[in-house]
Ligand binder design. Structure first.
Ligand code: ZN
Length: 337
């Protein structure tokens, strides 16, 4: 891969082992509750993430998202509870290998003790449309990251799928920004439309992150962020975590022609973001088990290829460590109380 010589390969693997490698978005919880469950502790050839493959790929810290699909919009909180229950069960079953973490110090402690770290997030604000009280109760259950929308509009904001919408945050949306800042929950701007994004930037007192978005300058997809958005995110101290979704990396790519996407294309997004805002504001947000991944980066065991790619492109050891997870951990420590 990348024609690294022996010394470069050794250096890449050394950095990868030393770094706390973090991934800010996956949809793996869905794999645990389907008709044919694929348990977290068992190695599978299907999907992207399980504990054996995380270990093999040196993936230390994984954010697991609760995503309530439109089929559950009549009772999204109920579905979120089912998914959180499944998450708790898998954490209990696999507690020798993985620790459910709700603070920065717990993540460090887990990794130092040779365990993986799991963080719980909610993708799409449908479960918290009942207001700040619901948000606070979900915080008590351990949710530490929340994005306001998926593709469509809800009572909080408009998703980027509402093409051409000029609507920003609703009154509830602005109230939730304040409450998340107050209680120490991370706001995720992936999926929200541009007016909503700018409302968040204007109002938030804490850094915010994008858990799985790429650069619109390289791939004009409504899920990607413009250069101005990436700069604003960085100015607030936040991080854009680049996804492995082919359609966000290369224009016009679908699952049918995913083989046209290469790690070099993904590294172009990394280079672009780093050129814009420096190495302190970029990270990894796979969207594994959410239909993403491409040849060379199609499950958790392949993550070392990212480190190899960064070595090939001349990144320093320090910058590689930050991008692999240091930047996420910095913001998590600052925001989550
Ligand atoms: Zn998503």
């Amino acid at each position: 891969m990348f024609n690294l010589n022996e010394e470069q390969e050794e250096r890449a693997m050394k950095i990868h082992r030393k770094a706390i490698v973090a991934d800010t978005h996956c949809d793996t919880i869905s794999a645990w509750i389907g008709a044919k469950p694929r348990p977290l502790g068992m190695r599978s050839d299907e999907g992207h993430i399980d504990i054996p493959r995380m270990k093999e790929g040196g993936l230390d810290c994984q954010v697991f998202a609760v995503y309530t699909a439109p089929a559950y919009y009549d009772a999204p909180l109920k579905q979120a509870m089912r998914m959180i229950d499944a998450f708790y069960s898998e954490m209990e079953i696999n507690k020798e290998s993985i620790t459910f973490c709700t603070s920065h110090d717990q993540i460090i402690e887990a990794v130092e003790n040779g365990r993986l770290a799991a963080i719980l997030s909610i993708e799409g604000g449908e479960p918290v449309q009942g207001g700040p009280g619901i948000l606070r109760m979900l915080y008590k259950l351990g949710v530490r990251i929340l994005s306001f929308t998926h593709f469509p509009r809800n009572l909080i904001a408009d998703g980027s799928g509402e093409m051409g919408s000029k609507s920003g945050l609703t009154t509830l949306g602005t109230r939730l920004v304040e409450e998340m800042n107050r209680i120490g929950m991370m706001l995720d701007v992936s999926h929200i439309n541009e007016p909503g994004f700018w409302d968040i930037i204007e109002r938030t007192k804490s850094p915010v992150i994008a858990t799985h978005s790429n650069c619109k300058a390289l791939c004009d997809h409504h899920r990607n962020l413009t250069d101005d958005q990436i700069r604003a995110l960085a100015d607030k101290g936040g991080v854009i975590h680049l996804s492995y979704c082919g359609g966000f990396i290369k224009q016009g790519v679908t699952r049918d022609n995913i083989s046209e996407v290469s790690l070099d294309n993904w590294l172009d997004h990394l280079d672009h973001a780093v050129k814009l805002v420096g190495p302190d504001h970029v990270g990894l947000g796979s969207d594994f088990d959410g239909g993403c991944g491409f040849p060379g980066l199609d499950n958790a065991t392949k993550i070392p290829n990212i480190t190899r790619g960064m070595v090939a492109r001349g990144y320093s050891d320090d910058d590689i460590e930050k991008i692999l997870g240091g930047n996420f951990l910095r913001v998590f420590k600052k925001v989550v109380k």
